[in-house]
Design a protein around this ligand. Structure first.
Ligand code: NAP
Length: 299
């Protein structure tokens, strides 16, 4: 199976491209070059360039991991957010339909308002932010495609070299340097181990899965509980973790508070439960690149 990953330099993109197994991976993105991964530069906003690349590489699947993920940044620069989160998936849909390639598009729990999560695939969306609205719009556009799988996920954690920081790496770096960590105690979700997500995406491509699917971890918790559990797991003093309320932070974009994604459909499709937060931490602590770059936390 040949899979082309867009947003190859991001957290999910790099994780996918680091997976071992049967897949022939190719990555693409907006940077002129990317170290350590098979990579082709392309302007994903240029529909002709995207169509030409997909036709040339002839992948079985394209996994779209390119997105503007800075939720507050989307609120401030709606044009850039629309280009990344709506125009790019639309260009990919046209390019994939032309060659018969399947498209996996990654969406988010931010399509929900967070009043009564965790949410199933059939629950009504009601985004609170520009990021959530644009992601929902992209989902609607892709519904017209022949071979498409939209995956909503949330709270990705893990470590892959050269990707930006995520909640876990930010928390570990802050706590280990003795800095206090202010963490939201009123945001609920189910943290998703990035390698578990990446492996599930590959399995779903292999199954020719289509439609809409939620992928999240097996543990429902608050951000504050997440920080405390990871401090406990890595033997760090949790006295530095301070619970705060979202409204006190005055962020530009509203967050879904009582969120979370139900994974019954995923479990039926894969025949397995997603990893719990404890299982994800165990896998992470044993991973060679994590042990090399965070030796103080190696297990
Ligand atoms: N991280 C989470 O917790 C989370 C939660 C729910 C859903 N998701 C979704 O999961 C997917 C992957 O997220 P991630 O955490 O891997 O994101 P990420 O680390 O921020 O990576 C995003 C990728 O998109 C590229 N990109 C951004 N704007 C672009 C543009 N205008 N044109 C071309 N490429 C552009 C980035 O390129 P550069 O490297 O050049 O910046 C990067 O390669 C996204 O669809 C996101 O919405 C993530």
């Amino acid at each position: 199976m040949r899979i082309l990953v867009t947003g190859a330099t991001g957290f999910l993109g790099r994780t996918l491209l680091s997976l071992e197994g049967e897949v022939e991976w190719m990555g693409c993105g907006r940077r002129p070059a990317a170290e350590g991964i098979p990579y082709r530069p392309v302007d994903l906003a240029d529909h002709k360039a995207v169509a030409a690349l997909v036709a040339e590489l002839a992948p079985d699947w394209v996994i779209n991991a390119a997105a503007m993920t800075d939720v507050d940044g989307c609120e401030k620069d709606v044009l850039a957010a629309r280009q990344a989160n709506v125009d790019i998936p639309e260009n990919l849909a046209v390019a994939c339909d032309a060659t018969g390639a399947g498209l996996v598009h990654i969406s988010t729990d931010y399509v929900f308002d967070g009043k009564c999560g965790p949410y199933g695939e059939g629950d009504a969306a009601n985004p609170l932010s520009c990021y959530g609205q644009l992601k929902l719009e992209s989902e609607g556009i892709l519904k017209k495609m022949e071979r498409v799988l939209v995956v909503r996920t949330l709270w990705l954690y893990g470590y892959v070299p050269q990707a930006g920081s995520n909640f876990l790496t930010w928390a570990l770096r802050s706590l280990s340097s003795g800095q206090p960590l202010r963490v939201f105690a009123d945001q609920w979700g189910n943290p998703t181990y990035i390698c578990d997500l990446a492996r599930a995406l590959v399995a779903l491509c292999g199954q020719e899965a289509r439609g809409l699917l939620h992928i999240g971890g097996a543990t429902f918790m608050t951000r504050w509980e997440m920080a405390r559990e990871l401090a406990c797991f890595f033997g760090i003093d949790d006295a530095l973790i301070e619970p705060v309320l979202t409204r006190a932070a005055g962020l530009p974009a509203a967050r879904p508070l009582r969120s979370g994604l139900r994974t019954d459909a995923l479990e039926a499709a894969l025949g397995r439960r997603p990893m719990s937060f404890a299982e994800g931490l165990q896998c992470l602590a044993a991973a060679p690149h994590f042990r090399r770059d965070f030796p103080q936390f190696a297990r």
